[in-house]
Design a protein around this ligand. Structure first.
Ligand code: NDP
Length: 295
């Protein structure tokens, strides 16, 4: 999809990166792959564990189950009460680790306060860590070895590649250094040979730092914080943020309407990065099943 802004239309068109369409294509590709694996006797299977009934988590889990059904992945749902003890959860994970039928294990975060998230993540077998959160997966990414990559950053690489946006040699600024988005994102861009700067809440002169970026990836968690003063003319802007305003409308970390005319390409919210996360989760499950056959 391309739009021209009023004042820039004469010399540039802006590419609106369609994450919904790209994620649909990836899911179609995976559906074919899973069907072919089935004819060879392999059923891909994902175990999804939810503790408690946080409404947002229930929506995410529901979407993951729906995507599994579409792609042809069997999903095993474990809906555990809020009162579940850490020991009970860890013993379920151990059981699923040992079950050769299960290719991927996903524990929906956040967990209730009495459960240690790090302990839970570390208990998942690295071979089934389809969320890419296990320290072994993160370490592999860091030293350039093959392994599972956190789904949102992996999805952003797919968005860029499938939109024909070159990464190699480009100046990339990632705002945010969380373990699930900012840090793995910066490592992936480095792996793709970008020159990477990671900005965070203590970064000085953030606007100037961001203005250097050919590719600006925003995972700051602040609605519409990024305005045109942060964006170099012609930059690619990827908005990871998701926020819902009082009216129930979704927006990102980027002020889309103001920034869009200054970009060469930009992701909208909704319909940009969001749909890619589940597509990459499905991809990681299929990869896990392929790898388990090779062992
Ligand atoms: P976190 O809150 O864990 O991290 C936010 C990062 O932004 C931190 O590193 C923080 O710095 C930095 N930051 C905060 N304020 C500023 C500031 N004023 N200037 C510069 N840096 C700042 O968020 P997540 O990484 O988990 O998520 C980021 C956003 O992405 C959220 O809106 C979240 O909802 C969304 N998200 C979307 C997903 C999707 O599928 N589309 C998946 C995951 C997240 P410091 O480290 O110094 O505190």
């Amino acid at each position: 999809m391309v739009f021209g802004s009023e004042e820039k239309r004469s010399y540039r068109m802006v590419q609106i990166i369609d994450g919904k369409a790209i994620s649909a294509t990836i899911k179609e590709e995976l559906k074919e792959k899973v069907a072919a694996m089935k004819t060879e006797g392999t059923q891909v299977c994902l175990a999804v564990i939810q503790v408690g009934d946080d409404p947002a988590s229930s929506v995410y889990v529901g979407n993951k189950k729906k995507a599994c059904a579409f792609v042809g992945i069997e999903s095993l749902a474990y809906e555990l009460p809020e009162s579940t003890t850490q020991e009970e959860l860890l013993s379920l994970i151990e059981k699923l680790n040992a079950d050769s039928k299960v290719n991927g294990i996903l524990v929906q975060l956040p967990l209730p306060a009495h459960i240690d998230e790090n302990k839970v993540i570390e208990t998942i077998s690295p071979a089934k860590d389809v969320d890419g959160f296990h320290p072994q997966s993160v370490g592999r990414l860091c030293i350039g070895q093959k392994g599972y990559v956190s789904c949102t950053p992996a999805g952003i690489i797919q968005l860029l590649k499938r939109s024909g946006i070159a990464i190699e040699g480009k100046e990339c600024v990632v705002i945010g250094r969380s373990n699930i988005v900012g840090k793995p994102m910066s490592l992936l861009m480095l792996r793709e040979n970008a020159t990477v700067t990671v900005a965070h809440s203590r970064t000085q002169n953030l606007k100037e730092v961001c203005k250097r970026a050919d590719i600006l990836i925003v995972a700051v968690g602040k609605p519409k914080m990024i305005t045109p003063e942060y964006v170099k003319e012609g930059a690619v802007v990827i908005d990871v943020g998701i926020h819902r305003n009082e009216g129930g409308k979704l927006c990102g970390d980027v002020d889309f309407d103001a920034v869009m005319p200054h970009c060469s390409a930009i992701t909208p919210v909704p319909g940009g990065v969001g749909p890619m996360t589940i597509a990459m989760l499905m991809n990681n499950c299929v990869e896990s099943a392929v790898l388990s056959k090779q062992l």
